[in-house]
Design a protein around this ligand. Structure first.
Ligand code: T4K
Length: 370
């Protein structure tokens, strides 16, 4: 592990800062179930993410799963297979049917021109994913949702702190689900949040994350246990103090990568999106083997030989998972299929040295067969 450069590395606050933050708990003995840290973290996040309503959960996955339950969805949900297992699993675990839409070849989010023909009388919602920090076409999704009376649940796991047209990204759709997992731009060790429009939805989520318990003598829903504990909330409070600095450092790393890889024939990088304040979450590179002179898998192997752990996010597509027993046809999402076979996310975190970035780019470029 020691000399390896991995795809990411968790941001940690100064040790003393965290110890100071958790000290009170040795007096109070209150370590979970919506304690003071939970409340403080939630308020701080509400401000930082610029959202009206927010609730904390144990992770991003439970944010998605319980949101779909709270919305009382039934039938089909239009989504994409170019995502982490979580998005699709949240749909299936709610007894809903995922209907896979293809992705846009430039920003890897749902291709809005292909949504309408997937809508049937069984469609109840759209679950689009903001991928790598790139945001979906929010206006068009909003228009379709209104036209067909559909709910919109954004998977915003990759878009912590992203703003669109000066608004927090969590303000769009009916619900946006964030992840604060250790591998994300911002972490609370494990953690997640839902940002939502409807206060009634908020009341439901609050109950659902606590077994559906409404009060001491009334259990109104079949809920789960998805409460964020006080140690995670304390980590979140500390990391939030440093997140702007971390994002600024990520930007420098991304610019360094671009200085080597932008404009190279056969390499496609993530776009800079209009009106978007980015969080520099991931650095994906799509390799066109014929033009570049090396395949994604060859580059992956060359990096691995040097102890560099790039990752194939997102490969395989979720609609090809064994657990679905061939229920879905991957050829119905050809762009997603093509990108998933060609994409590699290169190491990106605030403290990666620019020398390491240079080394990674050098290895990538040397893979080309002359
Ligand atoms: N929706 C989307 C679009 C998502 O990407 C995710 C999660 C979710 C929903 C669900 O949110 P959560 O329920 O997780 O909050 C990782 C993460 O576990 C997962 O959170 C994340 N997406 C996904 C993209 O990546 P793995 O299996 O690739 O993680 P792992 O353990 O291989 O870690 C990757 C690298 O991170 C390691 O090589 C080193 C570094 N690392 C990892 C850990 C666990 C650290 O530096 N510290 C750590 O503690 O899934």
């Amino acid at each position: 592990m020691e000399n390896k450069i991995l795809v990411t590395r968790s941001s940690m606050p100064p040790y003393e800062e965290y110890i100071e933050e958790i000290k009170d708990m040795w007096d109070s003995h209150w370590i979970t179930n919506m304690g003071v840290k939970h409340i403080e973290f939630q308020e701080a996040l509400k401000k930082y993410l610029m959202v009206e309503n927010i609730d904390l959960l144990t992770n991003g996955h439970m944010a998605l799963e319980l949101s779909m339950q709270a919305l009382n969805l039934q039938g089909e949900v239009i989504t994409t297979p170019f995502t982490f297992a979580s998005t699709t699993h949240a749909i299936v675990r709610n007894g809903l049917k995922p209907v896979f839409c293809d992705i846009d070849p430039t920003d890897f989010t749902i291709d809005v021109s292909k949504i309408e023909k997937l809508i049937t009388d069984r469609t109840c919602a759209i679950a689009p994913v903001h991928v790598y920090g790139n945001i979906c076409n929010i206006e068009e999704i909003d228009r379709l949702a209104r036209k067909y009376d559909l709910k919109v649940i954004y998977d915003a796991a990759h878009t912590f702190g992203v703003q669109y047209k000066g608004k927090g990204i969590g303000e769009f759709g009916d619900v946006s689900c964030f992840s604060f997992h250790a591998t994300k731009v911002f972490n609370s060790i494990e953690g997640g949040a839902v940002c939502f429009r409807d206060v009634h939805f908020g009341e439901k989520i609050y109950d659902l994350k606590n077994f559906g318990i409404h009060d001491a003598e009334s259990v109104q829903a079949v809920g789960a246990n998805a409460k964020m504990n006080e140690f995670c909330a304390a980590m979140g409070i500390c990391n939030l103090r440093h997140v702007d600095e971390e994002i600024a450092k990520r930007k420098i790393v991304v610019e360094r990568y671009k200085s080597y890889l932008e404009g190279i024939n056969g390499l496609q990088l993530s776009p800079v999106q209009d009106d978007v304040k980015s969080n520099y979450a991931y650095f994906p590179v799509v390799f066109d083997e014929k033009v570049f002179g090396a395949s994604r898998n060859e580059v992956f192997a060359a990096l691995a030989e040097h102890g560099i752990g790039a990752r194939k996010y997102f490969y395989p597509l979720t609609n090809s998972f064994e657990c679905f027993h061939g229920e879905y046809d991957i050829n119905e999402t050809p762009v997603a299929l093509k990108i998933s076979k060609r994409v590699l996310t290169l190491p990106l975190y605030a403290d990666i040295s620019l020398e390491d970035v240079d080394k990674i780019c050098d290895i990538v470029l040397k893979c080309r067969k002359q």
